[in-house]
Design a protein around this ligand. Structure first.
Ligand SMILES: [Zn+2]
Length: 214
């Protein structure tokens, strides 16, 4: 995959294959969480699943945690989420990467069925929402810069923690100003924080970079 493909092609499966093995379980679960949030407009079960994945991302995903996720899936086996739940369960038997692959595949399938005419070839359908979530959580893997600890002033740190805790993404442009005041010259980070079009999710690569999370 090239940088241009990463930035402009909306192919979440290929993107996940490209970076998946380098991502921590937390990031993979937050990708699934973000994709469920996107779906939550259409399915109430997806909102519940997003909560579940978000909670799982904050702790280490051991066998017990996976069992807990699977039992929750069992409770969610109803309506349109039945097939998703079954596939996600089988994915969780392997790893968080296989779980993310399965979840993205199923959510993409649901979205494509509803958003595009059935006669449209699968290859021609774009998966803008899921690809955006992957970009939001991972950032640009072609130009990852180390976050200079000097940029993490108390103002930057406290504001970042507040935004993350409150999910108050509308404050990100203020964070960009604070970063610049601290000497940050990472234009990708500043642009992402100031973008009027970005849809932010838990695990936003800017927030995680500042807080040193992976
Ligand atoms: Zn973001």
């Amino acid at each position: 995959m090239t940088e241009a493909e990463w930035l402009h092609h909306d192919e979440p499966d290929a993107m996940l294959e490209f970076v998946g093995k380098r991502l921590a379980d937390r990031k993979l679960l937050l990708i699934v969480c973000g994709c469920c949030r996107v779906r939550s407009t259409y399915e109430s079960g997806a909102a519940y699943m997003a909560e579940m994945f978000e909670k799982a991302a904050d702790r280490s995903v051991d066998a017990h945690a996976k069992m807990s996720m699977m039992s929750t899936f069992n409770e969610l086996m109803q309506g349109n989420m039945l097939t998703f739940a079954l596939r996600a369960m089988s994915g969780s038997e392997g790893s968080c990467l296989s779980l993310a692959r399965t979840a993205i595949g199923m959510i993409r399938q649901l979205e494509q069925q509803q958003a595009t005419p059935p006669e449209t070839p699968v290859a021609a359908r774009k998966c803008v929402n899921q690809a955006s979530v992957v970009r939001e959580i991972v950032g640009n893997p072609f130009s990852l810069h180390e976050f200079d600890p000097q940029w993490r002033t108390s103002t930057v740190h406290d504001l970042t923690v507040t935004i993350d805790d409150e999910r108050s993404w509308q404050k990100l442009p203020i964070l960009a100003d604070a970063l610049e005041d601290a000497g940050c010259d990472n234009t990708e980070m500043l642009d992402h924080s100031r973008s009027e079009h970005a849809v932010h999710h838990r695990g936003c690569w800017v927030i995680d970079s500042i807080l040193g999370r992976h």
